[in-house]
Design a binder for this molecule. Sequence first.
Ligand code: ATP
Length: 366
Amino acid sequence: MKIRLEQLTKKFPNRNKKQGEFVIAVNNFNFEIPDGKLIGLLGPSGCGKSTALNLISGLEKPTEGKIFFGDDDVTNLPPENRGVGMVFQNYALYPHLTVQQNIMFPLQNLKGKDKLSKEEMQRRALEAAKLVQIDMLMERKPSELSGGQQQRVAIARALVKMPRVLLLDEPLSNLDARLRLQTREEIRRIQKATKITTIFVTHDQDEAMSISDMIVVMKDGVVHQIGKPQEVYDHPTNLFVATFLGTPSINVFRGRVQDGQLAIGGENVLSVPGVPNRDVICAIRPEGFLLDEKGPFTLGLERMEVMGRDTSVVCTHEDGVSEVIRAIVRTDSVVDEEKETVRFTLIPSKVHLFDPETEEDLPFMA
Ligand code: ATP
């Protein structure tokens, strides 16, 4: 089921009128979510992710704009008639019911021509349980399950009505690190198996990047960029998107372009043809630094942090906006830790220039 948002806006009245009459939680969303894909809605806390999801589910009414599921305008439909399955951070299973009864619960409220026999409900619950691989736990109570298993029950409960759209709001936040990894892969597997259009809300960019077909990066209610995760990572349209994606984060410097050369501090560190003479903000991915004794870019060497296969060379620079600069190199690379400086050559595709005023991308021919 394709989803289309047209001029979708949600304003909440502001209790503190000094900060303006309204909080604009979702500001003029205009985009389409293709059928059968998994979309990550990504952004810092308070950027409007949950509000956007609640508008799509029908739990909130938009101030302006429309929502379409396929060709159907669902803007005024109540949540129960939209055919959405939802999973929240607090998945709140009924403690006194078994796994099977929890999963069957949404089917028991079906009325009229939709009403199902007990056998049919059990069959559907088993089918949903098999999808999330908890069919062997059907007789247990939630207290007898691990956190990950409980979350799978919540997903099965959302799938049992065969929704047109699956909405997941920070579904992994309550799980420990290892379980988060496992469960996110599980969600990806289930989504691919069911081909249900799925929207996944998270503030964790690694999570969104690893499982989404497409990510929507938001801040303060505004969509900043939409695209395939790798495309957005490789071609951020502004400084916010560049700094929000990637671990360790991108390194930011003040620089100047003069005669096609990018200068940081007193050094010409890279050729950037096509950019006029001007001040710039320069952002360099940690993997964009190549150790090179004769390289043009000199950084102050602080320390080395070994992380298995890779090592972080932690550096400083007087024109660094970032407090420390992190360059990622292979652990078997040779760096003389006694020295006070270390030199690098830059990989052009890992360097991004931005206008210091607007923070918009300034393209150059790499
Ligand atoms: P988080 O990751 O912290 O859950 P979020 O990105 O999901 O954040 P929302 O919960 O959608 O953000 O909130 C977006 C903005 O709208 C915030 O500034 C929030 O304070 C405001 N907001 C949300 N609900 C209401 C409400 N009922 N009344 C007033 N303001 C609200």
